[in-house]
Design a protein around this ligand. Sequence first.
Ligand code: PBG
Length: 344
Amino acid sequence: VRPFPTPSARQGEAPSLGLTRRMRRNRKAEWSRRLVRETRLTTDDLIWPIFLMDSSEARSPVDWMPGVDRLNIDEAVRQSVHAASLGIPAIAPFPFVEKSLRDPTGSEALNARNLMCRAVRAIKAEVPQIGIVCDAALDPYTSHGHDGVMEGERVLNDASVAILVQQALALADAGADVIAPSDMMDGRVGAIRAALDASGHEDVQIMAYAAKYASAFYGPFRDAIGTNATLIGDKRTYQMDPGNSDEAIAEVALDLDEGADMVMIKPGLPYLDIVARVKDHFRVPTFAYQVSGEYAMIVAAARNGWLDGDRAMMESLTAFKRAGADGVLTYFAPQVAEKLKAAG
Ligand code: PBG
């Protein structure tokens, strides 16, 4: 280390700092920035969540997620073809279930001809090469909007797991490639794994929403699937407290022991410390969900002209990868894939 130089006495002449390392040298030109870049977002990193509806209309806009539409089955098939052609590895469909089909136990979730199962069959028939990740949770189907069944004010654990297992089997029978339990009941990964194995679905993967927090950032999603009006109370007795980090390690350890093939952290950007910790600790395929509220914040600010939406989208997704995520569920998936394709 050189001694700090004495400043030049001459007015207006910058003193030499005598630096050995100048970090800016590697940043001076685009070719050099490309050369030293550590993390790169690719189309292979994307899972695209889509919303399904039973309708003769192809699309209907989600008000709280500008740019995102609910799709009927035909349109979902067309969009899956499009996603596959862009090289997006997987989609994650979520259903908007008619209010008349919702009940306290979410029984429509077990109907082998429900919207999800019909959509999965139709997509698999037309685009077998795209992965389909199906959420296991009852909230789209329950009249109270919770992910499990209730007794009074309580969301029951074991009784909910028994139903979630049946839901997972219906989805696997329909052709789901991955079951993604997002309900945060204890023991559901093990129960679902055992049931899948016992019914000839040994190859169906499980992506556990292992560390899912009770978050305000799910707001627009609940508009998309129509549970914002129905949800009674909140989900804090089963989703994690935002203040906890050690607990995420415990959750991931349990889900892996119970047979999860991949784990997920959710929400995304506000929880990148959890993504980094989980990846460092377990070294297993680790995913993150850039949730509806994160999407809405970027799009709303961009629409107001307050930031460059495209750059914020790419920067936020690169940050997931830098933190250690192997992939990201993002509503921006097709836009990102188009952009990456245009860039060559
Ligand atoms: C349902 C589920 C939710 C999300 C994914 N699966 C909502 C919730 O737990 O209330 C949120 C996704 C998003 O906000 O984009 N279990």
